[in-house]
Design a protein around this ligand. Sequence first.
Ligand code: AMP
Ligand code: TRP
Length: 341
Amino acid sequence: MTRVFSGIQPTGHLTLGNYLGAMRRWAEVDQHRADSLFCVVDLHALTMEHDPARVRRLSRQTATLLLAAGLDPEVCTVFLQSHVDEHTRLSYLLECVATDGEMRRMIQYKEKAAKERDRGGSVRLSLLTYPVLMAADILAYGTDEVPVGEDQAQHVELTRDLAVRFNQRYGQAFVVPRATIPRVAARVMNLQDPTRKMGKSDDSGAGVVYLLDEPDAVRKKVLRAVTDSGRDVVYDRAERPGLANLLDVLAACTGGNPESLADVYDSYGSLKKDTAEAVVEVLRPVQARHRELCADPAYVEGVLRDGAEKARALARPTVDRAYRAIGLLPPVAEPSLSAAR
Ligand code: AMP
Ligand code: TRP
């Protein structure tokens, strides 16, 4: 059976971009057709300046929202990255096949490091090495497919390169995975600046729809979305990014196609109104389920405990195999066994 792995960072409140670009597909498609693991990658939340209490809060909230979005622990595995040591164990081995030049070429590193330096801050070494930890997340499970938004394509490419290189040097240890990017909403843009991705760590929330936003807040944000100066409704991502983003969101929410939706509308006003209502309707069941789950934190904890146990059992043999392949001796056998020999 196909193995699917994906992850999400607890670095902010989850957004409509996370939902349409990733989570919804995990819940509606991936978990039912593949043997899937979905991970709250809490170690990745430590690569930028962070507040421990906030990371704890957001890790719990992110896991709860994954379940609210429809991930079913009966059919898939949901867990926290830091609960399974195999990720960091493997990450070190992969650091021994990755190069520093390769790391410095990662777009997300360049962007985040530049932003940090502009603020006068220092760049954590873990920000540079984080794509290697991500590769370890993926390779530890013999993953075939990685369903992610477009922004992660480069990191999955790197993961493939590292897997191939390791296999060539040290023998077949890893499955070489591939990214699966959604056709619509692969990159939901910020409503106030449609040249930037809608990100959960954006400084201003005005252009970002959060999964837990009240319906009226959602409406306000969509109705105030920056559009382009034209008047006619056409789908053109390059020339009319604001409009194209709204059409993408509407298409993703209603199951339509952005080009044909453009033909249906003759004004920005009615497009915005329908898009706002479509988003409110998509979020409604997720929010309702989130409220129920918040009332039962022990259930969520139980899911994460069981999930970590399942994940550990899957990852351990793969990571052990890689340790042997790269030249590390196994720990001495248990005393009872060596005495018997
Ligand atoms: P992150 O928020 O970076 O942890 O991303 C979690 C998942 O959501 C990844 O698969 C991302 O590619 C996806 N994602 C994040 N932001 C967006 C966005 N604005 N549009 C589409 N997908 C997104
Ligand atoms: N780096 C990803 C992001 O920022 C999150 C992530 C970490 C991930 N490990 C992963 C995604 C493994 C897919 C598979 O969105």
